[in-house]
Write a protein that binds this ligand. Structure first.
Ligand SMILES: [Cu+2]
Length: 119
């Protein structure tokens, strides 16, 4: 397994070097912006955006959201959020406009309140 992982990383770096471009930022556990210091929690803060993904396997919700400076996310981005309550996954569908409250601890951003935006 280690060998496979090393191989995949080597190929990814080779590809990036060849293209003379940085590796693309993976969606999910690595939201852009500086993470708070260990143990420090940012927020909760209000955000809004559009649901892009319902990930039942991991219990996460993909949202393309507007900037949330209080959570060190200063640009629009499409990312996966943890959910304080897994039942939130069943309350929305892809394409819904939502508002939410989220807090950030390290790289993890967790939605603690989720609401469909008024049409
Ligand atoms: Cu974000």
């Amino acid at each position: 397994m280690r060998g496979v992982v090393a191989f995949v990383i080597a190929v990814a770096f080779a590809g990036a070097a060849h293209a003379q471009m940085p590796m693309p930022m993976p969606m999910g556990d690595m939201p852009m912006g500086q993470a708070p210091a260990p143990g420090q929690v940012l927020g909760p803060a209000v955000g809004k955006g559009e649901v892009t993904r319902i990930d039942e396997a991991t219990g996460r919700l993909g949202i393309r959201h507007e900037p949330i400076p209080a959570l060190n996310m200063a640009t629009n981005m499409n990312m996966l959020f943890r959910l304080a309550d897994p039942a939130m996954l069943t309350q929305v569908k892809v394409g819904d406009q939502v508002t939410f409250e989220a807090q950030r601890e390290g790289a993890q951003v967790t939605i603690i309140k989720l609401q469909k935006a008024a049409p």
